[in-house]
Design a protein around this ligand. Structure first.
Ligand SMILES: [Zn+2]
Length: 364
């Protein structure tokens, strides 16, 4: 295509998008609408707003992503919901500056900074063009972040000098090995006996553009008869007293370690992160249901109502499906024996890896 035709093509695209955009009602004056046009090996992003968009954009690798920093913007609206090249759109906010991150499925070949601002029909436009590598050459590798609960000065549940933090770390390492065998990309939030703030575990998963976040724990309760494996997904309200007590205790983890528990929601509370929060919640629930279904088939001893919901801080990434596995109860004699047994740890984690594989195969 010659330069003139290319130019004409751009103008036509913009005009069409402006027209489409005018149909949407602007509830917020400082809202940005995000559109994308995906063609063979190219991605055009069009951001429109009633306010002038003061932005800075750049490309980062590993994972490949485009970052757009925008000043004085509170809300974003996503106008496309299926993408070929975009894996995920994330948004965060700090100091009056909003950051949009477009996680890309393929790296950008030569990011020409074709960004410019234009005022057309009362709308300010920010246009970004990316040239991308061919999607055929890319092996779709799902990223799993495994989080061993507690660590360092925070032992988690303790009984007979057996500490939850050691059990979770051992299990996390086994799960990593099993997932690497299946060619997943795997990261551990901690690989040694150290403490990491809850919010930083979530941040870590978001920065790695994780497709799934799994936090591993072992439970404890005053009722010594309570036993079995369970899995939690996020809820704003805990589904029952046991769930609430557990979430409260694990959320206090940051205090135990002598650190303030930051309000994780602060980063994202006053920003509309399109619809990803709901999508994420549904994905987390699907994974939890599959997990229970599979463990039942493989005769694992499960807690009564094994899929529960609670307000765990580590499950609050708005854009990473997240679950928390309670391997069993340290407070129950039979469970305790299993939890410290490497054979049980291996059996449970091997099954978990299989379930993760089934989950992602079903998504394809
Ligand atoms: Zn725990």
């Amino acid at each position: 295509m010659n330069t003139f035709l290319k130019f004409l093509n751009s103008i036509v695209s913009i005009i069409i998008l402006i027209f489409v955009n005018s149909i949407f009602i602007h509830v917020y004056a400082d809202n940005i609408n995000i559109y994308s046009i995906e063609k063979d090996n190219s991605l055009r992003l069009l951001l429109s707003s009633e306010k002038k968009i003061l932005s800075n954009s750049f490309i980062l690798e590993d994972p490949p992503r485009l970052v757009v920093d925008i000043e004085n913007i509170d809300k974003f609206s996503k106008n496309n919901f299926e993408y070929k090249y975009i894996k995920k759109i994330r948004a965060s906010k700090s100091n009056n500056k909003a950051r949009l991150v477009f996680d890309l499925k393929v790296p950008a070949k030569n990011f020409k900074k074709n960004t410019f601002l234009k005022k057309i029909s009362g709308e300010y436009i920010l246009l970004i063009d990316l040239n991308l590598f061919s999607i055929q050459n890319i092996v779709n590798k799902n990223v799993i972040v495994i989080d061993a609960g507690h660590g360092g000065p925070d032992p988690g549940a303790v009984r007979n000098n057996i500490k939850e933090k050691d059990i979770t770390l051992a299990a996390a390492k086994i799960l990593r090995e099993e997932l690497l065998k299946k060619n997943f990309t795997v990261y551990l939030t901690r690989g040694s006996d150290k403490y990491i703030k809850l919010r930083n575990r979530v941040k870590f998963a978001r920065n790695k553009s994780a497709d799934l976040f799994i936090s591993i724990h072992a439970d404890s309760t005053s009722n010594k008869n309570t036993k079995g494996t369970s899995i939690y997904s996020l809820s704003e309200k805990a589904s029952d007293k046991l769930s609430q007590a557990l979430a409260d205790r694990d959320n206090k983890s940051d205090l135990i370690a002598g650190l303030d528990l930051d309000d994780l929601d602060k980063d994202v509370s006053d920003i509309l992160i399109d619809l990803s929060r709901r999508e994420t919640k549904n994905s987390s629930i699907s994974f939890a249901e599959l997990f229970i279904d599979q463990l039942t088939q493989h005769n694992f001893n499960l807690l009564r109502r094994p899929h529960r919901q609670a307000g765990f801080a580590v499950l609050k990434a708005p854009d990473v499906p997240s679950v928390l596995i309670e391997m069993g109860f340290i407070s129950n004699n039979a469970d305790l024996k299993k939890l410290i047994n490497p054979n049980f740890q291996k059996k449970l984690m091997k099954n978990t890896a299989n379930i993760i594989e089934i989950y992602f195969t079903a998504l394809k």
